[in-house]
Write a protein of this length. Sequence first.
Length: 74
Amino acid sequence: MEVSLVTVFVLAIGSQYILHRQRVVGPTIDVNKSAKSIWAALHTSLGLFWDTALLFNLAVMIAAFVSVAEENSA
């Protein structure tokens, strides 16, 4: 679910950036360069998301182990 939300967010921000650049600069925008920068931003966002998800998972696992070790888990 989070991956789809991140993807939609990145695509929405990227499309707004492209539309803003077309209004400010004019129609002489390089589409290939824009597509590459959007793809790079998407790739970076997804990579950061997976790194954050992994670190959060490790924190939850450590908390679970501590809770079980103290024998007061719910």
